[in-house]
Design a protein around this ligand. Sequence first.
Ligand SMILES: [Fe+2]
Length: 509
Amino acid sequence: MVSAGKILVVDDEAVIRDLMTDILAGEGFAVETCASGPAALHLLNDEGGFILLFTDIMMPEMDGIELIREARKVAPSVIPIVMTGYATLETARAAVKEGAYDYVLKPFSLSEIKLAVSNAFERHRLSNEVARLREITQLFNISEAIARIHDEERLVNFVLRAALERVGAERGSLMLTTPDGQGLEIAASVGVPEDAAKTVVKVGTGISGWVAQNIKPLLVEDIQKIPEVAEISRRLERDPSFISVPLERKPSSQEHELRAVGEQPRVLAVLNVSRKKEGGQFTEGDLKTLSIVANHAAVAIENVRLINDLEQAHLATLQSMALLLEAKDPYTHGHSQRVRDYSVIAARRLGMSDRDIETLRLGAALHDIGKIGVKDAVLNKEGPLTPEEWEMIKRHPVIGYDVLVPVQFLTPEHLALVRSHHERVDGKGYPDGLQGDQLSPLVRVIAVADAYDAMSSGRAYRKVMPNERIVGELKRCSGSQFDPKVAQTFVALVEAGQLRRSLPAAAAV
Ligand SMILES: [Fe+2]
């Protein structure tokens, strides 16, 4: 550790060096002296930790002004003060222009030196304060942004990029602990070779594995100087300075209630950064910054997972409701799952995006949930329905929509699948009589999938149709009830035998 008030005095005259040492040491400062600019730069370079640099101006090898210029490169935070005689007063003023904070005139008195030192230390304290405030503000902004992200993949990528930027690193990874707690796998990386990004590291092996096992951060300024760390990881020879910090979870009492089963791993992830820009070494300050980022990130990851768990639980409840509903009617048993499967197969054939396919998958599973609000006697009636009974049946898309609107994680696209699956492209469907562009591509798919399942399953009032008749119906209703492109896709799938019933109707079992 460097003492709090370390001062370097540079003068080619031994008498000045001795005098300054006496004055400053007498005031309780740690003083080092040297006789030339190059010697001073060497000290600033290797030792570091100097707050003040007193330098003579006229020196043989390197003058004071050049020393100040060079010192700014190797120790930018050091505050230079020049010592000069009246003869070189103008040069002293020039030195101030070059970046010297102040000057003292030889022969100087004790009080002059004390005043210059106290001013310089005050400036040092203030600039430290400003830097600390800036750092805190930036960390605050990062933690705010982290808390706003609700998707784990986006979250880990943001955390890694923010961490790299804050500490000026060019390479890094965020490794998540595998569900069994035994391994670490890269969830986000920058500058890491692809093959390395795919490997799973066992907890307890390598640097990240060590950090996860010991739940301790690791700052290595230069791996060459720590052979026991160098032994752990050969790959870091090219990146001798690095930091690895664990993202530790803090279990709450509430969480214990929500996650009743299974002990979760204590370390959620490990954040690694290496390759400091311009070949520099990471510092204690960088480690502190990363530890703060890691703490916020750990809380955010936990929250995202908790919300996700709750959503899944909610979703499972809704799906059970839909299944329960179908279980009462032997003709529609498994209907929602089949509509889901057919919709997904057709959507893939139509080249829809993964996101759209996911929306269809969930929307289809829930599309008939509104039947919960229709009397069993009407739903399961054998024989033709009266006009009033038809009206009751036709209310189910709106009932389903109303039931699901309050569910936060369902998007308008999901809700449209529930509300509009009985709409037709010619506008003669229900409940809203939408037509043309008012029907989204996803609604067009589910409408055909739903009708296809009705035709291929049979109903209380109608037998299962043979494939040729189904194909005939799909073609006949193309452009009126069905979107032509979707109808054509279903025809192709039926003819190729690719719409096999994964879940047979209970009546057929
Ligand atoms: Fe329906």
